[in-house]
Design a protein around this ligand. Structure first.
Ligand code: AMP
Ligand code: MG
Length: 493
């Protein structure tokens, strides 16, 4: 285990051509306004600290606060801002970032491999486009809790080590507290990195970046002639699997612009995201997304749209036939992963022709009943085929319709070989009890804004064990109160 002063860095990205980034000047922190005022730790994820071999106990709050506010430079880091572009809401927007994120460097853990350390909200960079380079406490807490919750749910995602609050005022719709989040991820390379160099007519840099990603993440392909096809294929398959996970767990990302798509298929950039509560496939979590481009049910098709944009950016390396052949594999991979996840949620181990109908009619039942997606699935784990009436029945207004479905489910379970208690235990590992509901995040944020960070920490602990019963935390599994159902989450962060 390492201390904060002795993390093992290997900054490979910093060794690429200078066109990919701008280094933070050595004397940056001593300039007026560069540092955050009175930084302090809001919460730390011990699970994330372990990934980079950080001995959590040895890291004092004061050290965490100064290094991860950006006020002091972490030994071994080489902070730099990466340049990237992207498509926003379907239109190419040119250069976008990184306007407020700093890649501090890459830490290597013998056990857990290579991790980027990335500080979001660390002040302006050459790519800030007149914005302040800061992040507010509200959105930093949302990203912190969101990413750690998703990791515990088994969804591919970037991680978050800590959130730091400060007394630096940051102007959004109102004046808020400036904050930072230390994100850790296998990579911070987005689809938009490739787009930036493609649209600037720099095919040699597209190639350098592609070779870099292959060397870092797919070393087995380095020598292969079809390595660029393999890169697009792996990104395609990983993106398909990622979105299948989102659909299964009921996660809406909210801003699936190509600058928010990781080349490794991780959930990336937590903005106005949301988990489904009442099951509604047309759910739009981003208040600014009036057309619903990024609604829950459109995520699978937007994933493919984004891969098309990536493929276009790789067109100097791949011919059209290859691109078409690779992208054609997206849908089958997504459906296969989605089916696997959903049938596990239903507790089905065998595979039968009627399963898709059974699943779809269950989802229709949830939709017409406005059932809470997470609660309904979790209750289904207790379904007892020997009982004539499941307690779940009382949750449905149209009982007759529920009875028809329950009868089909009962019949279908006859073909399963596990005992009821085995099936129940397995289903409870596929159907979380705890998700990050907007109102839970909102409660934690409001307390944190008053200087009380205990609720963020408590919520983190609950969300890190989403499949456990945790009877002492039953309240966190409850449906939202009325005020909590209609929170508007904007893009401002
Ligand atoms: P987002 O839609 O949140 O992914 O933001 C799009 C881009 O805008 C990101 O790449 C950021 O680098 C940049 N950006 C967002 N907020 C700020 C800010 N306060 N200061 C500088 N850049 C920002
Ligand atoms: Mg972004």
């Amino acid at each position: 285990m390492k201390t904060l002063d002795s993390l093992h860095f290997d900054n490979t990205f910093a060794r690429l051509s200078p066109a990919f980034f701008t280094r933070r000047p050595d004397n940056y922190e001593s300039q007026p306004g560069a540092t955050l005022i009175n930084p302090r730790v809001v919460a730390v994820s011990a699970a994330a600290a372990e990934l980079i071999d950080l001995d959590f106990a040895s890291a004092t709050p004061a050290d965490l606060a100064r290094y991860f506010s950006g006020n002091a430079r972490l030994p071994g880091s080489e902070p730099l801002a990466m340049v990237y572009a992207g498509h926003q809401f379907g239109h190419y927007a040119g250069q976008l970032g990184d306007g407020r994120g700093l890649l501090l460097g890459e830490v290597v853990s013998i056990q857990h491999g290579h991790w980027d350390l990335h500080l979001k909200g660390a002040g302006p960079t050459p790519y800030s486009r007149f914005a302040d380079g800061r992040a507010v406490l509200r959105s930093s807490i949302r990203e912190f809790l969101g990413s750690e919750a998703m990791a515990a749910l088994g969804v591919p995602t970037t991680r978050a080590l800590c959130v730091i609050a400060s007394d630096t005022p940051v102007r959004r719709e109102t004046v808020e507290q400036g904050a930072t989040i230390l994100r850790i991820a296998r990579t911070h390379i987005r689809f938009g990195h490739f787009e930036h160099f493609h649209y600037n007519d720099k095919p040699e840099l597209v190639r350098e970046l592609a070779d870099y990603v292959i060397a870092q993440h797919y070393p087995d392909f380095i020598q292969r002639e079809d390595r660029y096809r393999e890169l697009l294929l792996q990104t395609t398959l990983r993106t398909a699997r990622l979105i299948a996970h989102w659909q299964a767990v009921g996660f809406a990302h909210g801003v699936m612009n190509t600058d928010n798509m990781s080349i490794l298929g991780d959930t990336f950039d937590y903005g106005p995201y949301g988990f489904l509560e009442d099951f509604d496939p047309t759910f739009i979590c981003n208040h600014s997304d009036q057309g619903g481009r990024y609604s829950f049910e459109r995520q699978p098709s937007i994933g493919l749209w984004n891969l098309n944009a990536l493929a276009h950016a790789l067109s100097s390396l791949l011919d059209n036939d290859t691109i078409r052949e690779v992208l054609q594999q997206y849908e089958a991979e997504l459906v296969a992963t989605y089916s696997r996840l959903m049938f596990a949620k239903l507790g089905l181990q065998q595979s039968r022709a009627e399963d898709s109908d059974l699943l779809n009619s269950w989802l229709q039942l949830l939709q017409s009943n406005h059932s809470d997606y997470t609660i309904a699935w979790r209750k289904l784990c207790d379904f007892d085929e020997a009982e004539e009436h499941s307690p779940l029945r009382d949750d449905f207004i149209d009982r007759a319709r529920f009875d028809v479905w329950a009868n089909n489910y009962r019949q279908r379970l006859l073909h399963e070989t596990r005992t009821r208690s085995e099936r129940r235990a397995a289903m409870q590992r596929s159907n979380p009890k705890f998700i990050l509901r907007n109102y839970l995040a909102q409660n934690a944020i409001e307390k944190a804004e008053q200087g009380d960070y205990t609720e963020v920490q408590r919520l983190l602990a609950v969300l890190q064990k989403p499949f456990d019963e945790q009877p002492e935390h039953e309240i966190y599994a409850a449906p939202p109160p009325d005020w909590g159902k209609h929170l508007e989450i904007s893009c401002s962060s």
